[in-house]
Design a binder for this molecule. Structure first.
Ligand code: PEP
Length: 269
């Protein structure tokens, strides 16, 4: 860990990575919201607003995946699940495997979200197991990390997030990293209306990219999309996405309405 931290501190000084448009992605996380009819109407409205060059992912309830995957087929919208089980199959009543998700047209799975860590006790070790299982089923992963408020107030956020990342995605290969999108989501900003400032987001994204450089080299690090999540809305998206290492957003509340999500999308072009 010390070697990694030392290398990224050096990297912070010497490397200026320009904002790379090809890394831009906008992901919506619906959580446990919307009934199926609302979901279809929302996706129809999104399909009218997306352009061929956009990259949009919507993370939807399991039940809707099959229908929405058909609706978005041949469009720039990709479908993510909000979780998967870590085992391939078996006697796990009520659970959904990565392979089941792939078989109904899922492209991504969101793993490491703070709500799963907090309410369902998901650890870094479990998250890594789930990532491996997602890859075994040819799913790509949106990997979430981020610190709680007390850690931020103690000015320990870089170290906290570095430890999360070290225990999970830094255990992957460069080849596997091609199928990871990272979402930095400070927990104190999720669903609270409090957003990290653009400078706070950039600082952490640069730390995260530095960690990737030290483990995988700059080519892999520069190709990786790092999204910011935490009360992104039309009013703050321009400023956040203008930062060189902020490649888009993982958006909760504001992804539930087509006009606000499409407005955020336009800020990410
Ligand atoms: C999220 O669900 O990951 C999230 C960032 O939510 P919100 O945008 O509502 O803060």
């Amino acid at each position: 860990m010390c070697v990694i931290l030392y290398t990224y501190l050096n990297y912070l000084d010497v490397n200026k990575i320009p904002h790379m448009k090809e890394r831009n992605v906008l992901a919506g996380n619906w959580k446990m919201n919307l009934d199926y009819m609302d979901a279809i109407q929302l996706v129809q409205a999104l399909l009218e607003g997306v352009e061929d060059t956009d990259r949009m992912i919507i993370s939807v309830p399991y039940l809707y995946i099959s229908g929405l995957a058909k609706l978005t087929n041949n469009s720039p919208i990709e479908i993510a699940a909000q979780n998967c089980h870590q085992k391939e199959k078996g006697a796990y009543t009520g659970e959904i495997s990565a392979n089941m998700l792939a078989s109904v047209g899922t492209d991504y799975v969101v793993l490491g979200h703070s709500e799963r860590r907090e309410y369902f006790g998901e650890t870094d070790t479990l998250i890594l197991e789930k990532i491996k299982m997602a890859f075994a089923s040819n799913l790509k992963v949106i990997y979430c990390c981020g610190e709680p408020l007390d850690v931020r107030e103690a000015d320990n956020h870089s170290h906290f997030v570095a430890e999360q990342i070290e225990a999970s995605i830094l255990q992957l290969s460069s080849e596997e990293m091609k199928n990871i999108i990272i979402a930095y989501e400070p927990i104190w900003a999720i669903g609270t209306g409090k957003t990290a400032s653009a400078e706070q987001a950039q600082e952490m994204h640069k730390v995260i990219r530095g960690l990737l450089v030290s483990k995988f080299g700059s080519e892999t690090a520069e190709a990786c999309s790092i999204l910011y999540g935490g009360s992104v809305k039309p009013a703050n998206a321009d400023e956040l996405f203008a930062m060189p290492d902020v490649d888009g957003g993982l958006v909760g509340g504001a992804s539930l309405k087509a006009d606000s999500f499409l407005s955020i999308l336009r800020s990410n072009r």
